[in-house]
Ligand binder design. Structure first.
Ligand SMILES: Nc1ncnc2c1ncn2[C@@H]1O[C@H](COP(=O)(O)OP(=O)(O)OP(=O)(O)O)[C@@H](O)[C@H]1O
Length: 265
């Protein structure tokens, strides 16, 4: 087993260069209906999609199109009304709430727009919190790589309030990676950041896919953010209306505008 230097400038490949194979998460005929008042809201109207291991997918679409709902259901934070979510070879619908919580803590990572760090804990304590909650012994070599990769080695004893927004989001990414999850779900991870800081965070997400073979699924409104992804899924009215390969921001914005025009007609 080679020993990898834990330095952010060393692009260490811990996976086969051919890339990991298989599907990290697959959702099948997924629907989610919210029983909201007299008229139920159909947030997902039959979504079929697989996210391959070692890939970065952006999920886009107009406000209310179902992006966050898809992310939450795929991540087991919310149950579908019908359809299936399979992580690796585990069908989430077969799990009790307790087992689902365990699975989320050990096999998934989460990054949200609002960072969601715990102010009373240090950076290091925030990063290892998922391991403590899961009762999993920290893999020190992996944590060292993660902390170095996100550039936080000299900030571990600080509290989140003493960090910039970009640094806080990098802590949140390190926390999401602490258990070496199979999939990292990100909901507007750059929504609260300026464009320069956002670029650093997106470069980091790209790097964890390329260097460590992790799978990232990211909801975003921003074509620039989506241009870091290998694939861009576009939702409208709870359905996938486009599945685009990696493209530049201008091309993504063009395709979104074209789809929007079609939806209006
Ligand atoms: N808890 C809820 N109760 C009732 N309706 C909900 C609930 N959560 C979401 N919805 C509705 O489901 C639909 C999809 O919402 P969702 O948040 O997934 O969209 P989105 O594409 O992420 O939107 P945005 O870009 O504005 O965050 C919307 O019509 C929304 O109003």
């Amino acid at each position: 087993m080679p020993v990898h230097p834990a330095h952010p400038l060393d692009p260490v490949r811990t996976v086969d260069p051919a890339g990991p194979v298989g599907t990290a998460v697959r959702v099948t005929r997924l629907t989610r209906v919210y029983p909201s008042g007299p008229t139920p809201v159909t947030a997902l109207a039959g979504v079929d999609v697989g996210f391959d291991r070692g890939t970065f997918t952006a999920v886009m679409g107009p406000s209310g199109s179902g992006k966050s709902t898809l992310l939450h259901v795929a991540a087991g934070l919310d149950r579908p009304t019908s359809g299936r979510v399979v992580l690796g070879d585990t069908d989430l619908s077969t799990l009790s709430e307790t087992r689902l919580t365990e699975l989320r803590r050990t096999r998934m990572g989460f990054v949200f727009q609002a960072f969601n760090l715990i102010g009373a804990l240090t950076v290091e304590e925030n990063i290892v919190l998922p391991l403590r909650l899961a009762g999993v012994r920290p893999d020190r070599a992996w944590l060292g790589q993660v902390v170095a990769r996100v550039g936080l080695t000299d900030r571990l004893r600080h509290r989140p309030a003493a960090l910039s927004g970009g640094q806080q989001q990098r802590v949140a990414i390190a926390r999401a990676l602490a258990t070496r999850p199979e999939v990292v779900f990100c909901d507007e991870p750059t929504g609260a950041l300026d464009s320069h800081t956002a670029a650093q965070v997106l470069t980091l997400l790209r790097a964890i896919v390329d260097e460590h073979g992790l799978t990232v699924v990211m909801v975003t409104h921003d074509p620039v953010a989506a241009s870091y992804a290998d694939r861009v899924l576009v939702l409208a009215d709870g359905r996938i209306v486009a599945d685009l390969p990696r493209s530049g921001a201008a091309r993504i914005a063009e395709r979104l505008a074209a789809l929007d025009g079609r939806a209006v007609r």
